[in-house]
Design a protein around this ligand. Structure first.
Ligand SMILES: [Zn+2]
Ligand SMILES: [Zn+2]
Length: 143
Protein backbone atom coordinates (compact mmCIF):
# COMPACT_ATOMS: atom_id res chain seq x y z
CA UNK A 1 0.00 0.00 0.00
CA UNK A 2 1.36 3.38 -0.93
CA UNK A 3 1.41 5.95 1.83
CA UNK A 4 -1.01 8.82 1.66
CA UNK A 5 0.62 12.23 1.85
CA UNK A 6 -0.58 15.47 3.30
CA UNK A 7 0.45 18.85 4.60
CA UNK A 8 -0.49 22.41 5.37
CA UNK A 9 -1.32 25.24 2.99
CA UNK A 10 2.17 26.77 2.81
CA UNK A 11 4.07 23.47 2.65
CA UNK A 12 6.11 24.03 5.84
CA UNK A 13 4.51 20.89 7.31
CA UNK A 14 4.38 17.64 5.33
CA UNK A 15 3.43 14.22 6.62
CA UNK A 16 2.71 10.73 5.39
CA UNK A 17 -0.05 8.45 6.58
CA UNK A 18 0.65 4.73 6.80
CA UNK A 19 -2.97 3.68 6.73
CA UNK A 20 -5.80 4.06 4.27
CA UNK A 21 -8.92 5.14 6.14
CA UNK A 22 -12.23 5.38 4.29
CA UNK A 23 -14.49 6.93 6.93
CA UNK A 24 -14.61 10.60 7.85
CA UNK A 25 -16.30 12.32 10.75
CA UNK A 26 -17.66 15.86 10.61
CA UNK A 27 -17.60 17.82 13.87
CA UNK A 28 -19.93 20.80 14.15
CA UNK A 29 -18.83 22.01 17.60
CA UNK A 30 -18.18 25.73 18.03
CA UNK A 31 -14.47 25.19 18.64
CA UNK A 32 -14.04 23.42 15.30
CA UNK A 33 -16.02 26.18 13.61
CA UNK A 34 -13.68 28.79 15.07
CA UNK A 35 -10.56 26.74 14.38
CA UNK A 36 -11.54 26.13 10.75
CA UNK A 37 -13.24 29.42 9.98
CA UNK A 38 -15.95 27.34 8.34
CA UNK A 39 -18.64 24.81 9.20
CA UNK A 40 -16.37 22.78 11.48
CA UNK A 41 -13.84 19.98 11.11
CA UNK A 42 -13.82 16.94 8.84
CA UNK A 43 -11.45 14.37 10.31
CA UNK A 44 -10.38 10.79 10.01
CA UNK A 45 -9.45 8.92 13.17
CA UNK A 46 -5.99 7.35 12.87
CA UNK A 47 -3.41 5.82 15.22
CA UNK A 48 -0.63 8.29 15.95
CA UNK A 49 2.05 5.80 14.97
CA UNK A 50 0.65 5.79 11.40
CA UNK A 51 1.39 9.50 10.99
CA UNK A 52 4.99 10.34 10.10
CA UNK A 53 6.13 13.96 10.02
CA UNK A 54 8.24 14.40 6.88
CA UNK A 55 8.88 18.13 7.23
CA UNK A 56 8.41 20.86 9.83
CA UNK A 57 7.14 20.94 13.41
CA UNK A 58 3.51 21.83 14.12
CA UNK A 59 2.55 24.22 16.88
CA UNK A 60 0.05 23.11 19.51
CA UNK A 61 -2.95 24.89 20.99
CA UNK A 62 -4.48 23.28 24.07
CA UNK A 63 -8.06 24.19 24.83
CA UNK A 64 -11.04 22.94 26.78
CA UNK A 65 -13.43 21.30 24.30
CA UNK A 66 -17.24 21.44 24.38
CA UNK A 67 -17.09 17.90 25.79
CA UNK A 68 -15.21 19.26 28.81
CA UNK A 69 -12.00 17.50 27.79
CA UNK A 70 -8.73 19.20 27.05
CA UNK A 71 -7.97 18.90 23.37
CA UNK A 72 -4.53 19.50 21.83
CA UNK A 73 -4.89 21.04 18.38
CA UNK A 74 -1.85 20.92 16.06
CA UNK A 75 -1.44 23.53 13.35
CA UNK A 76 1.17 25.11 11.10
CA UNK A 77 2.77 28.11 12.80
CA UNK A 78 3.51 29.69 9.41
CA UNK A 79 0.15 29.53 7.62
CA UNK A 80 -2.23 28.50 10.42
CA UNK A 81 -3.62 25.37 8.76
CA UNK A 82 -5.13 22.96 11.32
CA UNK A 83 -3.54 19.51 10.99
CA UNK A 84 -4.77 17.13 13.69
CA UNK A 85 -5.86 16.98 17.29
CA UNK A 86 -5.96 14.52 20.17
CA UNK A 87 -7.48 14.27 23.59
CA UNK A 88 -5.15 14.86 26.51
CA UNK A 89 -5.66 11.32 27.83
CA UNK A 90 -5.49 9.51 24.45
CA UNK A 91 -2.46 11.02 22.64
CA UNK A 92 -2.10 7.78 20.64
CA UNK A 93 -5.29 8.48 18.68
CA UNK A 94 -5.34 11.43 16.27
CA UNK A 95 -8.26 13.16 14.59
CA UNK A 96 -6.53 14.12 11.35
CA UNK A 97 -8.00 16.96 9.28
CA UNK A 98 -9.06 15.31 6.06
CA UNK A 99 -8.61 18.51 4.05
CA UNK A 100 -4.86 18.41 4.67
CA UNK A 101 -4.55 15.11 2.79
CA UNK A 102 -3.53 15.39 -0.86
CA UNK A 103 -5.97 12.69 -2.01
CA UNK A 104 -9.19 11.67 -0.26
CA UNK A 105 -11.27 10.51 -3.21
CA UNK A 106 -11.95 7.14 -1.57
CA UNK A 107 -13.21 8.68 1.70
CA UNK A 108 -16.73 9.54 2.77
CA UNK A 109 -18.31 11.32 5.74
CA UNK A 110 -20.12 8.60 7.68
CA UNK A 111 -20.87 10.47 10.93
CA UNK A 112 -21.74 13.99 12.01
CA UNK A 113 -21.18 14.97 15.64
CA UNK A 114 -22.24 18.03 17.65
CA UNK A 115 -25.11 18.56 15.21
CA UNK A 116 -26.91 20.62 17.87
CA UNK A 117 -24.42 23.43 17.29
CA UNK A 118 -24.26 23.04 13.49
CA UNK A 119 -24.71 26.26 11.55
CA UNK A 120 -27.95 26.49 9.56
CA UNK A 121 -25.90 26.66 6.36
CA UNK A 122 -24.01 23.42 7.03
CA UNK A 123 -25.00 20.37 5.03
CA UNK A 124 -25.62 17.20 7.04
CA UNK A 125 -26.11 14.05 4.98
CA UNK A 126 -29.33 12.46 6.28
CA UNK A 127 -27.88 9.00 5.49
CA UNK A 128 -24.90 9.52 7.83
CA UNK A 129 -24.92 8.71 11.55
CA UNK A 130 -25.76 11.79 13.61
CA UNK A 131 -24.95 12.67 17.21
CA UNK A 132 -26.34 15.81 18.86
CA UNK A 133 -23.22 16.06 21.04
CA UNK A 134 -20.15 13.96 21.74
CA UNK A 135 -20.59 10.22 21.03
CA UNK A 136 -19.89 7.86 23.92
CA UNK A 137 -16.51 6.21 24.23
CA UNK A 138 -13.07 6.97 22.86
CA UNK A 139 -12.54 7.66 19.15
CA UNK A 140 -11.70 4.46 17.30
CA UNK A 141 -9.56 4.34 14.15
CA UNK A 142 -11.57 3.05 11.21
CA UNK A 143 -8.64 1.09 9.85
ZN1 LIG B 1 1.88 26.00 6.65
ZN1 LIG C 1 -15.28 19.80 17.15
Amino acid sequence: MSNLKGGCLCGAIRYSLGSSPTELRACHCRDCQKASGGHGAVVTIVPRDKVTLEKGTPRIFKGKAASGRTLSRYFCGECGSPLWSHRENTPEILALRAGTLDDTDHMKITAHIWTKSARPWSYIDPKATQHAGQPEGPPVPTK
